[in-house]
Design a protein around this ligand. Structure first.
Ligand SMILES: [Zn+2]
Length: 158
């Protein structure tokens, strides 16, 4: 048996209070850990959606774009959305694509100059997919653009 680091570490207690109230919103965004805190900041303070439900998967909304390469990813995300709609009563879905996304660059092999246009098209298609799953949902879509050390969230279409 091997000992793992931190085996005897005492329990960590978060200094953040637990609030049980839901905001009935979910965000679908890329699991890239370099933008996770910024997405939280945007949802919490930019959109005033504390405690939103998170659907973080590689590429984010691309999973609902209908792309053949994202077929298996789409199954999981669709299931998560159905669950959140039925059990958490989610009524607002926020879709966020981000600059320098490895899913587009590496998995889909899209040239850097073309990624943003492809992401905007995928956000549009993903909006339709959300509406097919949750006909009454309000969908808001954004591009997270990276400028140096700054991450700027801009609305992508109405
Ligand atoms: Zn990404």
């Amino acid at each position: 048996m091997t000992k793992t680091a931190g085996f005897r570490t005492p329990a960590f207690v978060s200094s953040l209070p637990y609030v049980g109230e839901r905001v009935y919103a979910a965000a679908i965004y890329c699991s890239d850990g370099r933008i996770g805190d910024h997405v939280d900041d945007f949802l919490h303070h930019g959109l005033n959606l504390p405690r939103y439900d998170r659907v973080a998967v590689p590429g984010g909304p691309v999973a609902l774009s209908g792309r053949f390469q994202a077929f298996w990813d789409s199954r999981g995300v669709e299931e998560q959305l159905r669950f959140l709609a039925q059990v958490h009563d989610v009524k607002t879905v926020v879709l966020i694509a981000h600059g320098n996304c490895a899913y587009y660059l590496r998995r889909l092999g899209i040239a850097p100059d073309c990624v943003e246009a492809e992401q905007r098209e995928d956000l549009h298609k993903a909006t339709g997919a959300v509406h097919r799953l949750m006909s009454a949902a309000t969908v808001r879509r954004y591009m997270a653009q990276i400028h140096g050390s700054e991450v700027r969230f801009e609305a992508a279409g109405p």
